[in-house]
Ligand binder design. Sequence first.
Ligand SMILES: [Zn+2]
Length: 607
Amino acid sequence: MTTLRPSLFASRFFLLLPLLLPTATYPQDQWTAPLPPALPWDGRSQELIIPQDDPWITPAERTDLTATPSYDETVAWLERLVAAAPELSLVSLGKSHEGRDIWMVVASAERASTPAALKAVSKPTLLAQAGIHPGEIDGKDAGLMLLRDLTVKGTRAKLLKGANLLFVPILSVDGHERSSPYGRINQRGPVKTGWRTNARNLNLNRDYSKLDTPEIQAIVRAINQWEPDLYLDLHVTDGIDYQYDITFGHTGQHGLSPDIAAWLEQRLTPVLNKDLKAMGHIPGPLIFAADDLDPAKGLVAWTAGPRYSNGYGDARHLPTLLVENHSLKPYKERVLGTYVLLESTLRTLAKYGKQLRRAVIADRTRQPELVPLTWKVPDVKPDEIEFLGVQWEITPSDISGGDRINYTGQPVTLTVPYFKYDEPEVSVTRPRAYWIPPAWPEVIERLALHGIYLETIPEAREVVVELARLSEVRLAEEPFEGHVPVTAVARLERRTVTFPAGSVRVPTDQPLGDLAVLLLEPDSPDSFFQWGFFLEVLQGTEYVEGYVMEPLARRMLERNPTLKRAFEKRLAEDADFAADPRARLMWFYERTPYIDDHWRVYPMARE
Ligand SMILES: [Zn+2]
């Protein structure tokens, strides 16, 4: 269009535009998402909003919590607050691909602004993070209100006497700026939201184990430096409709941090539920429907792997709560619920923080002999759970050709089966250590970034280890999160291996030993292997000419009657093999010392 007489063509096009485009015949709000009806809400937490003429009103409050400020507006408001509040300081955790700072607000009654100063205070510390998924930005606007009330307004100043707060208003800063009214089709506000992924289209909440993104690298570095006692990851979930406006959860006591899980379950959860209800909210557990077209079939509780914040917290014994507000609830209700949850968490942490630290130590030193890598629903009758649902009807759809679920907005209480993925499916025995050759620096760097203790050997060393030989290798048909995922069957072989200088030994009797196991075992879905970091070893590189292999095979048969019997048996049993000259020669090649002994051998060795 622009190559041929552009100005003339363009002007004609614009003249015709109102007549030609279908929008002219549709109402203005054609693209307003037809969401199920909102449930009525008039919660007490609305008292938290300050008057419009107050100089410390937040940008979101100015819109009665219907819109959320841009990155620049958010940072400008925080800078003004921090300038006025000596308890606050603003720290950059790093920069995004597009050069934005990832800011963290440090709130400390003692005005500590560095990790060392904060540790010297010896109070428990809460790290709350918003905007890992920028469309789900409730936590940012709740946090701004709370920071103000902790400091310049003083209505919550007491909270900082018992605990410190580290607050990341926007983790996915670039995704936050990809803002439009069309970022979250299943969600009731704010009017414009950011986008789910970062500037390279990566989902940050799949990146905790592999650490590809600058944003998750920044937060993991911060976790190691600031050593928070409790970590909150603030989201908004879609899925089935229900009454709960805020749901939250963590890996249960079946996971790798049972003492922490007990604290979260027995100490924190009941207080959060009580405080949220008192302020007019409906808290619930993290839930997914077993069948989206029939919520009565039951709810599912999954066990997150370490690619997710909550699974990562469990693997590294960092108490972590995943918060998922419900997308069908209005933005105002969601932001205020998040405020109440943040406030209640700070108060509980101040009160029971010492107990939580003991739980963390217990989990860090447990180091189980058998480490579960995947989870399944046990093969027994499931428990039942009370579910505060919303009534629905199913109607056939001539659009989809299938069924459509239609939520009516009428509350209904059901008792439904509760399917919990809490039984180990695949487990592995914990080795004393792993050995990593220096040829895999991207893996070594990531382990170091996690905070895993590594011993780098200055001179070559011979070690008896177990190495996994891989077979039945399957590459995913589609890339996932910038990788080509791989699975394989791994069989262990005992070998004596000389590790070159610069190789790294990863002992598993360390606080992050369980995490090392999950990252390095090839049967672990979040291992670097399954993420496709080792595609190189799946390729054979030397080969043999038929005119060499054929006479060598003849010699092997003459000298080795056992081999001869095995070959004849294979010919008799496998017609495809017998009909494939190349396969027959390869069968012999694989039994010579010329075969590549590194091929399909996973290079992370077990000591
Ligand atoms: Zn999310």
